[in-house]
Design a protein around this ligand. Structure first.
Ligand SMILES: [Mg+2]
Length: 286
């Protein structure tokens, strides 16, 4: 019965007055592993640079700006082991085994998706397996009026064991495309298009998605290149020695001057169903 899409009963989020929310700032600190990976970023292989976009071109009805959203630890926290306070459970068949996926929804997710879909072409881009992520998207957007397109692990580029979301696969205008992701490695090749967000596992008082609503909604009216706006706001390049010099002047390339070894290649987790990051906060470990 795994092909039946369970109906999601959205939980009520506590009311939060947006007027009293502080500006979105991104994570308090960036993982060292992420910085090492970014500082040692190799050039994209020729076969990746020359591949065709995976998405159909926009229609006249499409929103002018595109918002790419990560799933796990950005919008939801899912697990194959039982979670307290799961909003729902759904089955996924993977390699002939049925798994039960426990789902927690980040607070204010429903508001966020509804509001963003009015302004942006929304694309889910996840490093998780299609069989899991597709079903989760069906549950989150049963009428298919919020999420326009979905991209999965097969659309990522594997770099030092990280699944990187090279945005050129979208075939969209980079000056009007943003990606929201809890792992900055995910948008390593387009750092200026990225909005870093704290990983979410279970905090019911989290307001990160709500903080982003009004900021995102204001962007089209600014009429500026989103890369300029995001670069100034999040200053991600400031954390990465030499990144901006190499990537601005020569395009993506290996950085010869940094005195840190490239990160070890992570063990092959190709068969993992859900791509999860380790919780940063020990108290949040299950
Ligand atoms: Mg994620």
């Amino acid at each position: 019965m795994s092909n039946v899409t369970p109906k999601l009963v959205w939980p009520e989020d506590d009311y939060v007055d947006e007027a009293f929310l502080e500006d979105h700032q991104g994570p308090e600190r960036i993982d060292y592993d992420a910085l090492v990976m970014l500082a040692n970023l190799p050039p994209l292989p020729e076969e990746i640079l020359s591949r065709c976009p995976a998405l159909p071109v926009k229609t006249r009805a499409s929103a002018e700006y595109t918002l790419v959203l990560d799933l796990d630890e950005t919008l939801v926290h899912c697990s194959l082991t039982p979670l307290d306070n799961a909003t729902m459970i759904f089955p996924v068949v993977f390699q002939n085994i049925t798994y039960q996926v426990y789902v927690r929804l980040r607070p204010h997710l429903r508001t966020f998706l509804n509001r963003m879909a009015k302004t942006f072409e929304i694309i889910i881009f996840t490093a998780s397996k299609k069989v899991y992520a597709n079903k989760l998207c069906d549950i989150l957007d049963p009428r298919k009026n919020l999420i326009r397109h979905r991209l999965f692990r097969e659309h990522c580029v594997c770099v030092y064991g990280n699944y990187v979301k090279d945005l050129t696969i979208l075939g969209r205008d980079p000056s009007k495309t943003m990606i929201l992701d809890n792992a900055i490695q995910s948008f390593a090749y387009q750092l200026d298009n990225g909005i870093p967000i704290e990983s979410w596992f279970q905090d019911r008082n989290d307001t990160e998605l709500l903080k982003l609503c009004s900021f995102f909604e204001a962007i089209p009216a600014m009429g500026r290149d989103v890369r300029e706006i995001l670069r100034r706001k999040y200053r991600l390049r400031d954390h990465i020695p030499f990144y901006s010099i190499i990537h601005q002047q020569e395009g993506p390339g290996r950085l010869p001057l940094l005195e840190v070894p490239p990160p070890p290649v992570a063990e092959n987790n190709e068969e993992q169903l859900i791509t999860q990051v380790a919780p940063k906060h020990p108290q949040m470990v299950q």
